[in-house]
Design a protein around this ligand. Sequence first.
Ligand code: UD1
Ligand code: UDP
Length: 372
Amino acid sequence: MKILSIVGARPEFIQGAPVSRALRQRHQEILVHTGQHYDYRMSQTFFDELGIPAPDHNLEVGSGSQGHQTGEMLARLEDVMLAERPDLVIVRGDTNSTVAGALAAAKLRIPLAHIEAGERSFDRRMPEEINRLITDSIADLFFCVSRTAVQQLAVEGIVAGVTWVGDVMLDANLHNRPIARRNSEVLARLGLAPRSYALVTVHRAANTDDPTRLANIVTALNQAPEPIVFPVHPRTRQAFERLGAVWGDHVRLIEPVGYFDMMVLEENARLIATDSGGVQREAYFFGVPCLTLRDETEWGETVAAGWNVLAGNTPERIAALWRSHVPPAERPPIFGDGTAADAIVTHIEAAQPLAFGQGRRRSAVEAADPVA
Ligand code: UD1
Ligand code: UDP
């Protein structure tokens, strides 16, 4: 098969790596980078470290408002799809690259697979929630990370073409963990001992674009009782500058780090505080307690398992949980066993012949009749 895979933002490069590896054993993959992320530290470093093949097309869309960025991607992706005529388009997650790829494919009637389907925050103020809802409403194959996502799709009437495969982020994590341990010198470079610091990341629009929420996070981090290492997303760096944030000596802001350094920083942290979807899951993979600096999360299984806590945004609550959060001994394998990418390829092959529109929704009549 000829499969066109779309990536554009940092987590998509990492998620894409194991899928590309599995696909290319038996199929032709055309890799398209939308250019949503473009700084060396946000993009090329992941291709270099993870050995991701160079994209066949880089659309160099760059930054912009939601509409401009998504619209540019849509136009350029349509041209690529018309030229390449793939049998299947794969999008992943919930970024603007995801929704643009989904819309372009569906309008050209090319079968569409969504990896990480069915995740919901139920907060439509998040651009990601809109991207997920639209993508799942037009996809044909749905690969779910969590069991909850399968149930959520069913509630939305989406039952055909849905498969639980686990998390390709876990595939990437298990594959690269020993390589990261061997190659990364980040602890020595930063003079850190294992379990002597907390790792923080923040980049969600809801936190960076709301000065009150951002100021709350600065206050909470300044009150934290231990050293903090904080690789800062470019969006967040700009927001801190706008806010005029002032930091305590124990808070160390650094440039975004590569994947190997990030894994080592995560694995050795005493605590992780983040609003990142990927970092919440990676905290769970490594068995590091996590505070999520949001009011809700798509990754509710990690909260139910007791390893992740929704810390919200007030300095008081964050400070209290920073001290008190102790996870249980058990850490059930909610994200699978690290073989999601192989399972995705197997299911794509089993779904032959692929047809646009096969991810059919239950009609109102069928939904009302349990036998239908
Ligand atoms: C995007 C995704 C988000 C994902 C995150 C991963 C959407 C709507 N959001 O958010 O779901 O969690 O990526 O990191 O797709 N910038 C740079 N250099 C870069 C990239 C971005 O300076 O290489 C700056 C630009 O000022 C840009 C801002 O960061 O305007 C935001 O980038 P954008 O890709 O629009 O959104 P993210 O916040 O990265
Ligand atoms: N990451 C990284 N370097 C950093 C910050 C994050 O390699 O400085 C990795 C992180 O380990 C995870 C992914 O980027 O694999 C998560 O991306 P991000 O937090 O940007 O997006 P989200 O997962 O929230 O969509």
